[in-house]
Design a protein around this ligand. Structure first.
Ligand code: AP5
Length: 212
């Protein structure tokens, strides 16, 4: 199974990635998480990515494509995967098609539709685990123990790019750069549109039904 999770910032891609991964039994990768891991490890890639992420802009295609392709090349991910947040530009989508040419292509693209006001509410209340990057929300999905991750006990923090100004820019960039990618997959006909504004458990149920 090769699945892409798409949707604007805050639509629930990260929240649902591990659920979908457990349903279809493959690994998942978030391009945003890979950039943040690089930053935490103080790599050149991480430092470069930060200059774009802090402004709500996309990291350049060549850098992003190389990073994701090397994750796919890893033998563990070769047979199937879930990509959370990649591709986001037409060039990234083309690079992925070229890579998967002859090996069946993408099976499903899952798009989470959520109104903009709800996205802003979600991002302003989001807290994340520093260690395993599991997302929580202060109101909608709080951790059981205040300040610590339920899964690994790691510290919880708020992302710098979840500030109001940067969120507005991220939403603008999404409409400009990623809406055309959504249209491309609509044209191909392998897209599955999910109402991502419903509560987390209801979204999980729709995913389970949609993926059979
Ligand atoms: P990335 O980290 O991927 O950010 P994003 O796409 O903006 O998406 P988010 O992580 O903000 O949202 P999400 O959809 O995962 O929502 P979540 O599940 O956390 O990328 C960051 C940056 O990296 C980019 O801006 C860019 O600079 C760079 N980058 C990454 N990939 C790139 C690429 N391919 N090309 C170029 N640059 C790239 O949920 C959000 C909140 O809502 C949480 O608090 C959660 O608990 C809550 N929530 C989730 N679902 C529900 C629900 N159903 N009901 C109520 N609350 C919910």
């Amino acid at each position: 199974m090769k699945i892409i999770l798409m949707g604007p910032p805050g639509s629930g891609k990260g929240t649902q990635a591990s659920f979908v991964a457990s349903l279809v039994q493959v690994n998942s990768m978030s391009s945003g998480d890979l950039f943040r891991e690089n930053l935490a490890n103080d790599t050149e890639l991480g430092k470069l990515a930060k200059t774009y992420m802090d402004q709500g802009k996309y990291v350049p295609d060549d850098v992003t494509i190389n990073m994701v392709m090397s994750w796919i090349e890893d033998s563990e991910n070769n047979g199937g995967f879930i990509l959370d947040g990649f591709p986001r530009t037409l060039s990234q989508a083309q690079a992925l098609d070229d890579r998967l040419n002859g090996v069946g292509g993408i099976d499903k693209v899952i798009l989470f539709n959520v109104p903009e006001l709800e996205l802003i509410k979600r991002l302003s209340g989001r807290i994340l685990c520093r260690k395993c990057q599991t997302p929580y929300h202060k109101e909608f999905s709080p951790p059981t123990n205040d300040g610590a991750c339920d899964k690994c006990g790691g510290d919880l923090f708020q992302r710098d790019d979840d500030s109001e100004v940067v969120v507005k820019e991220r939403l603008k960039v999404y409409r400009q750069e990623t809406d055309p990618v959504v249209e491309r997959y609509r044209g191909i006909g392998n897209i599955l549109e999910i109402d991502g504004s419903l509560p987390i458990r209801v979204v999980e149920k729709s995913l389970r039904t949609a993926l059979g």
